[in-house]
Design a protein around this ligand. Structure first.
Ligand code: AMP
Length: 293
């Protein structure tokens, strides 16, 4: 099986790739890991990539394609592979298509892991890696355990420099603009694209992923989920507006019992409340129309 995993930083594609690697006996090829290895070994590529990675930018396409060409030529990739974090640009996607055509081994699927931004921030800000055994934990969801508990010899948890807030925001922005939109558009017409709802427990996501891959289709889970969330938000806003209007009516009735002065004041307050509600609704309407285009 030859698969591409796409997803924002923190979407869990690396974790799922590691699971599939074991299940299908095919290697997870993470370009981020390859670059980090170069960095740790101080190779010329590592030195060149250091600043780019620290700022949340992308290493150039030519270099990335050369890395992938070399990696796919290794014997363990002959039976298949999971590309994790590659391609990240349309040029990389085109290069990969060409390379796989040369090798006569086209892709079987491109999986997009879909996670809400708020959830991504929680995941990435809490992510910690054990410097010694490279196990990944999360202080918010899956705290360190076993040998990696603080204080054990040789094991200490560190945060990836590019997981820090500023760099992470830049990585997210870049992912959205240079990767998610254009690359998923590139694959949209190939029939390979599948979207997996990557929120919830790791086992649940694995199950969804396996089901999607086995079904050979997909692409509906995330849009449907987004539509449901938007409809929930609209319902909440409507309920809030109704509540405010009821409060306004109650106050007006109370004021009517108290006399003319109180009615005047209550009317003024009511007008203020209603115009605030209208302004809020106006602010939302154009944005919603825009996002529908
Ligand atoms: P990752 O571990 O996949 O989040 O990658 C870490 C960093 O490595 C990214 O933020 C980029 O700076 C760089 N990188 C990894 N893969 C690629 C790629 N396919 N193209 C360009 N830069 C990459």
């Amino acid at each position: 099986m030859r698969i591409v995993f796409m997803g924002a930083p923190g979407s869990g594609k690396g974790t799922q790739a590691q699971r599939l690697e074991k299940q299908f006996s095919i290697p997870q090829i993470s370009t981020g890991d390859i670059l980090r290895k170069h960095l740790a070994e101080g190779t010329p590529l590592g030195l060149r990539a250091k600043e780019i990675m620290a700022s949340g930018g992308y290493v150039d396409d030519e270099t990335m394609l050369a890395i992938i060409r070399e990696r796919l030529a290794q014997p363990d990739a002959a039976q298949g592979f999971i590309l994790d974090g590659f391609p990240r640009t349309v040029a990389q996607a085109e290069g990969l298509t060409k390379l796989l055509a040369e090798l006569g081994t086209p892709l079987d699927a491109v999986v997009l892991f879909d996670v809400d931004t708020e959830q991504l921030v929680k995941r990435v800000s809490g992510r910690r890696t054990c410097e010694f055994c490279k196990k990944v934990f999360n202080i918010n969801f899956a705290p360190a355990s076993g040998e990696c508990l603080p204080g054990r010899t040789g094991h200490s948890l560190v945060q990836r420099p590019d997981d820090r807030e500023d760099t992470f925001k830049e990585r997210l922005r870049k992912y959205e603009e240079d990767t998610r939109k254009p690359v998923s558009h590139y694959y949209a017409s190939t029939g390979l694209m599948r979207i997996v709802d990557a929120e919830g427990a790791i086992d649940e996501v694995t199950q969804r992923l396996l089901t999607t891959l086995a079904a050979g289709g997909g692409g509906v889970a995330a849009p449907r989920k987004r539509a449901q969330a938007a409809s929930r938000r609209r319902a909440t806003r409507k309920a809030k507006a109704v509540k405010t209007m009821r409060r306004v009516v109650r106050k007006l009735k109370k004021a009517a019992k108290q006399g003319r002065g109180a009615v005047k004041a209550a009317r003024k307050a009511a007008r203020k409340r209603v115009s605030k509600l209208k302004a809020k609704a106006k602010r939302r309407t154009p944005a919603r129309r825009k996002s529908k285009r």
